[in-house]
Design a protein around this ligand. Structure first.
Ligand code: AMP
Ligand code: GLY
Length: 420
């Protein structure tokens, strides 16, 4: 069988790496991939991103299954376009992907279907937004409605910060169209976890729990990023909390979508804030997380190709989740000046390092004259595993002594909160 994976990040490298291990799979194409995504024998990069060209490629090369990694093509309706041509593709339709591509839509959806979330109001008029802030308690959270690559959320500690954020989005249009509507939301305290499931429209297959680290610097300081590291499983998601998430968040969401006339086929990601027994949804994504995918798939014992292929036939119920008992942990190595204007074109030393307990998933890299160069903000995901979180941490961090590039930055405390 032949598989096509759409995307170029660490998540897509991990998907390709895992899919290529299936005995059913002869070839994996990754479009466009990155400087390391094709380092395994069955995987080939193809330099295409245009939707029509991807469809033509899938037809000409008799691709059996296409998997979409990132949110952008999903929000542009790539799944609908493939399905019009009767091509097998895994991911939600454009309509279903609105759960991620519009925060206002997601909030209305959660209220409509009694899914626990923070109190909010939405605005497109700056004056009304400013006067709303005057009556609120700080901190407060201001979110651009549309897709903003993980950077559209501002946590305002003071009213002054909140007014600045409103101006930034609604007056100065710094996020373009994505910020022409905003959600202002109650600040929630607690510990975050990422809970991702696969869904075939009927059946739900929970992935292992994980925890991301969104802030750039140690001790959750600095600006929000796409994610600086993750580990799996997340001890905060005890079996009891797991059941509660399924019952109060995941099942009502899939049912709610159905009631709204939408079949959800794809990965559904709930970003959660957990405090004691209270679980609230911060956001939905309609894809796997990056970097959460890297440690999750590093532990997966199921054949991912079989799972996704069967999910396209609404037969996910044939499978039970099988996870390695080991913990896995990913440290993201980012470029100098990430997240603002990452420095590109710097040579990476030892970029394709691996061992039985370690793997380097590439993200912002490219290959030029047999050298690996940086080509984006989040460059590599150094992933290690071990019998417990400390050993996984050790395996991942050992690689930071072996792999490097000028100006590289990474957090030194991925997983530390759970270790303490
Ligand atoms: P989102 O893209 O909505 O997940 O927001 C990005 C990050 O901002 C989250 O991972 C949280 O760390 C933080 N955040 C979002 N909403 C809230 C909230 N209501 N209260 C506290 N922190 C939040
Ligand atoms: N790591 C967060 C995300 O993928 O949205």
């Amino acid at each position: 069988m032949k598989t096509l994976i759409i995307g170029s990040g660490g998540r897509e490298h991990a998907l390709a790496w895992k899919i290529s291990q299936s005995e059913h799979v002869k070839e994996v194409f990754i479009a466009p991939g990155n400087g390391g995504s094709d380092s395994e024998p069955k995987i080939k990069n193809i330099n295409i991103t245009d939707h029509q060209q991807l469809i033509d490629f899938a037809i000409e090369n008799k691709i059996d299954l296409t998997i979409v990694g990132p949110e952008q093509p999903l929000s542009e309706g790539i799944v609908d376009k493939f399905e019009e041509k009767h091509l097998r593709i895994f991911g939600p339709s454009k309509q279903a992907a609105k759960l991620e591509s519009s925060k206002k839509y997601a909030k209305e959806f959660m209220i409509r279907h009694q899914i626990p979330t923070a109190f909010y109001k939405s605005f497109n008029d700056a004056k009304l937004a400013h006067s709303y802030i005057d009556d609120q308690k700080m901190p407060i959270v201001i979110k651009a409605d549309g897709l903003a690559a993980g950077k559209g959320v501002i946590i305002a500690l003071t009213k002054e910060d909140a007014h600045t954020a409103i101006n930034f989005m609604l007056e100065e249009n710094q996020f373009g169209n994505a910020g022409s509507e905003i959600v202002i939301e109650e600040f929630l305290d607690g510990e975050e976890a990422s809970f991702i499931v696969m869904c075939d429209g009927e059946n739900i297959f929970p992935m292992a729990s994980s925890q991301d680290h969104k802030r750039l610097l140690d001790n959750d300081q600095g600006p929000n990023t796409g994610g600086m590291g993750a580990y799996s499983p997340a001890p905060i998601v005890t079996p009891k909390i797991h059941d509660q998430i399924m019952k109060t968040v995941i099942e009502p969401s899939i049912q709610g979508l159905k009631k709204d006339g939408i079949t959800f086929k794809g990965f559904l990601y709930a970003g959660l804030m957990i405090k004691d027994e209270s679980i609230k949804v911060l956001e939905f994504n309609c894809r796997m997380g990056d970097p959460e995918t890297q440690p999750i798939l590093f532990r997966m014992k199921n054949d991912l190709f079989e799972l996704i292929y069967d999910a396209c036939d609404h037969k996910l119920n044939k499978h039970q989740p099988l996870w390695d008992d080991d913990f896995a942990l990913t440290v993201v190595m980012a470029a100098k000046n990430y997240p603002n204007s990452p420095e590109k074109g710097i040579e990476v030393i030892n970029a394709n390092y691996k061992s039985p307990t370690q793997y380097v998933f590439h993200a912002g890299t490219k290959r030029e004259n047999e050298k690996i160069l940086t080509n984006g903000g989040r460059v590599l995901g150094l992933t290690g595993k071990g019998k417990n979180l400390q050993l996984a941490f050790n395996e991942a961090y050992k690689m930071t002594d072996l792999i490097s590039f000028d100006g590289c930055q990474f957090r030194r405390d991925i997983g530390k909160k759970a270790l303490n």
